[in-house]
Design a protein around this ligand. Structure first.
Ligand code: NDP
Length: 451
């Protein structure tokens, strides 16, 4: 990076940090994008004059609200609800809702910012948004989760709509929560529209939406592997998380011939040296989605596996790592462990799971490495396909949805190659995804005037 561009980045980040103090995840996500796109922005002075990047980091609207609810014992709880409507240059705001105790404005702004570029990469007409609450469904009864969702939606419904803002699931928000949220939306607004995605298959949901993020991660990984004449066949794969994304990334990796040896949750990870198979995978789905149990129970059922409490799976030797749990779950030492264990390909299912120091290690070893905004875009892409089916009042078959998903993931890969290939031939997927996503949003903002 030349001196002028470096100064531009430094000044930009200083101002951003001063205006958004303490929002460290947001700073991290913005820095990554700004470092990728600054050489482009500084070579097109009109983008600087129009302050396109400065506008992109300022959400169009942030809604924050009180969510009161009563638990099964009659005690009252107060949580905080949010919706960050980041950028609508390409379409209605679109992005998930996260329910987790760690949720705060910084995390939702980082997610909404990343979402804007991810949605742009899908080529579907979707702007960027994200929302959630510091409420955690873990350990709550179905009735408590329902009362919370109803209270949350009672406020949120004023701000969303099929042509305005279309939320979906994320951490802590799966099929059960989307059902409760949709029910309350319908009741208050008296309309049955596609305002939420990830709906049940019998009432407006798209086939394959549940599987889409995880499957999309593996389709993207297949394209990456193919650039080195490789495939999943016979590879050892380490997966983190055991929620929606992890479950279906593991399933597709297995179907493509890989041996998946780990899964995790926030308490620890399991290592099954024999690898998961169809029966074990079914057990995990039942454990996590129906019984809502902990991953450590896996070793009671399959005693050849080991459970490591309080640890992440990155020291287990592997070829391919699929981080599918949460942000910043691969730190510098974890990245070093992955390299030591022979890993040469990291494909992110979660959003921003690798810290900047970890990414630097992957890239300095010329590993195949893809950021979540490219490789996990299959989830929101299929949400976009759900919106299309709702609008035209039709339902596509799984084969049709799968074909679209496959095509979208390979188009995103092609965009990363176009914008991210460096002089020595190394594909810098971070640069490729950021630049390809940015250019489309920036052009739309230029066209739409100062709004
Ligand atoms: P789920 O709630 O279904 O699963 C999350 C998993 O990650 C659980 O195993 C959870 O463990 C674990 N986890 C959550 N927080 C932490 C933490 N702080 N430390 C360690 N483990 C943690 O969520 P999803 O599978 O939907 O989401 C996973 C990631 O993928 C997130 O980064 C999300 O933003 C991203 N993503 C999701 C998409 C989707 O379609 N669902 C689309 C694109 C990205 P525990 O049960 O202990 O909390």
């Amino acid at each position: 990076m030349d001196k002028f561009t470096q100064n531009y980045v430094d000044r930009f980040m200083d101002e951003l940090i001063a205006r958004n103090p303490g929002e460290k995840e947001f700073h991290q996500a913005v820095r990554e994008v700004v470092e990728s796109v600054a050489p482009y922005v500084t070579s097109y002075p009109h983008l600087m004059d129009l302050k396109i990047l400065e506008r992109m980091v300022e959400p169009e609207r942030v809604i924050m609200f009180r969510v009161p609810w009563t638990d099964d014992k009659g005690e009252i709880h107060i949580n905080r609800g949010y919706r960050v409507q980041m950028n609508s240059a390409l379409g209605p705001y679109k992005g998930g809702i996260r329910f987790h105790a760690s949720v705060n404005l910084s995390i939702l702004k980082f997610l909404a910012f990343e979402q804007t570029f991810k949605n742009s990469l899908t080529t579907l007409p979707m702007g960027g948004g994200k929302g959630g609450s510091d409420f955690s469904p873990r350990g709550k009864s179905d009735a408590e989760v329902m009362r919370f969702c109803q209270s949350f939606m009672t406020e949120l419904q004023r701000h969303i709509g099929a042509d305005t803002d279309v939320p979906a699931g994320d951490i802590g928000v799966g099929g059960r929560e989307i059902g409760f949220l949709f029910g309350q939306y319908k009741r208050l607004r008296d309309e049955f529209t596609g305002t939420l995605t990830g709906k049940g298959l019998g009432w407006g949901g798209s086939l394959l939406r549940t599987e889409a993020t995880g499957y999309g991660v593996c389709y993207f990984a297949q394209e990456m592997l193919a650039t080195r004449g490789e495939s999943f066949e016979g590879k050892t794969v380490v997966v983190s998380g055991s929620g929606n994304v992890a479950q279906y990334a593991a399933k597709k990796a297995m179907a493509l011939g890989a041996k998946v040896v780990t899964l995790s949750d926030s308490d620890g990870f399991i290592y099954d040296p024999e690898g998961l198979d169809e029966e074990k995978h079914k057990y995990v789905l039942e454990l996590k989605n129906i019984r809502r149990g902990r991953i450590k129970e896996y070793v009671n059922k399959y005693p050849q596996a080991q459970y490591f409490p309080g640890e992440r799976p990155w020291r287990i030797p592997c070829d391919i790592a699929l981080p599918c749990a949460t942000q910043n779950e691969i730190e510098k030492a974890d990245a070093e462990n992955l390299v030591k264990g022979g890993c040469w390909c990291v494909v992110e299912g979660a959003n921003m799971p690798s810290t900047p120091e970890a990414i630097a290690i992957f890239q300095s070893h010329k590993m195949l490495y893809s950021p979540g905004k490219a490789s996990n875009a299959g989830g929101v892409a299929t949400s976009g396909l759900e919106m299309t089916q709702n609008s035209i009042r039709q339902k596509w078959t799984s084969e049709e949805v799968d074909q679209h998903l496959h095509r979208i993931m390979s188009d995103i890969h092609a965009a990363c190659i176009k914008y991210g290939t460096e002089e020595d031939g190394y594909i810098n997927y971070v640069k490729g995804a950021n630049l390809a996503g940015f250019i489309k949003v920036a052009n739309a903002m230029v066209d739409q005037g100062l709004v």
